[in-house]
Ligand binder design. Structure first.
Ligand code: NCD
Length: 343
């Protein structure tokens, strides 16, 4: 695909070569994300961050990624603070915002809404999650994390064995990640969920059509025994009619240090798109110091993947280093703050 000027609405847009190009661009963003260097390549550009559903990671990391490339960010949080509550159509909002900005990130509770918005936008739009449908930037950062974790174990993405666990019906991150995995070879996927929250058939079909082995299960222990990646997700309570309904499923699959140690191979990587649901306990804090827990490497990778997306969409990826310079405060950035408890 041609990234320059493209909307990013679904992972279906990508071929394997596009993913490779994005990931190698992301590698080059790392020193900037880690504040070892500074670039102003997007100076003067404006990102409109439109989040009509709760978000911490996705919204802040899109904003920070744009700032780290030298651009400015304007944002709306919650539908109640936008003119959508006055009855404005997504079409009109898109026309207006594309006059104010150079790229737009949008999250919205309805499937297909971001594509509808993008159709009326004159600037590129990135889907930050459209209801239960897709979350392409999360799937890209998840796949990038898997690639990096496996590379450090001398492996590649082909031949991957992964268990996806939890609310596979409403979880948009697993929908997008599953579709991306169809691009690779010889993948084994175990889908672990209550039967009522199973992965929608179209995503399962996509994996099978790619020749992958797909096993559907509702038993945690045996499903995580022979996989490279355990990808846990929370029950998506906001998609249920009420809390009581979500409570029926919460806590059904709890991964903790004891279960991990007893059932997983010693190299198995633990992932979760976050947020973890403390009430559901799907990923226990007693694994927090485990070296195979990659959840905070995922969030760090989210920043560099989003920088790479912006750099490619705004066609400046080849110029990032040319607009780089040194600044003094960066020297203090990686020091531990003084005065923390315990010195
Ligand atoms: C996910 C989302 O919003 O779909 N979070 C995220 O973007 N990292 C997963 C979730 O909310 O469970």
């Amino acid at each position: 695909m041609d990234f320059a000027g493209a909307h990013i609405l679904s992972v279906d847009q990508f071929e394997r070569g596009d993913i490779e190009r994005l990931f190698r661009t992301a590698d080059r963003m790392e020193p900037y994300a880690q504040r070892k260097r500074l670039t102003r390549v997007l100076e003067g550009a404006i990102l409109a961050n439109m989040f009509f559903e709760p978000s911490t990671r996705t919204r802040i990391s899109f904003g920070s990624a744009f700032n780290l490339l030298g651009g400015e960010v304007r944002e709306t949080v919650g539908a109640e603070s936008s003119a959508l509550v006055k009855g404005e159509s997504l079409r009109d909002t898109a026309r207006v915002l594309s006059g104010y900005s150079d790229v737009i990130c949008m999250r919205h509770p309805e499937a297909g809404s971001v594509a509808e918005f993008a159709a009326a936008s004159r600037v590129p739009v990135i889907n930050g999650g459209d209801g239960p449908n897709e979350h392409p930037s999360q799937a890209l950062l998840d796949l990038y994390t898997i690639e990096r974790e496996l590379r450090s174990r001398g492996r590649g993405l082909d031949g991957l064995r992964i268990a996806m666990i939890g609310d596979l019906k409403y979880g948009r991150t697993v929908h997008s990640l599953g579709r991306l995995l169809a691009l690779y070879r010889d993948v084994s996927v175990v889908l672990v969920s209550p039967p009522e929250l199973a992965m929608p058939e179209e995503h399962v079909e996509r994996l099978r059509a790619a020749g992958h082995r797909v096993v559907v299960s509702d038993r945690l222990e045996e499903s995580i025994a022979h996989v490279d990646i355990v990808y846990s997700t929370r029950i998506q309570e906001e998609r249920f009619p009420d809390r009581a309904e979500a409570d029926r499923y919460r806590g059904r699959f709890r991964l903790n240090a004891e279960i991990y140690t007893r059932h997983c191979e010693p190299n198995t990587v633990i992932m979760h798109p976050l947020p973890r649901d403390a009430r559901g306990g799907e990923l226990d804090c007693d694994l927090d110091d485990h070296p195979n827990l990659a959840i905070f490497r995922q969030t760090d990778n989210g920043l560099i993947i989003r920088m790479a997306l912006f750099a490619l969409i705004l066609d400046v990826a080849h110029l990032v280093d040319r607009y780089a310079r040194d600044v003094h405060w960066l020297n203090t950035r990686n020091r531990r703050p003084r005065g923390n408890a315990g010195g």
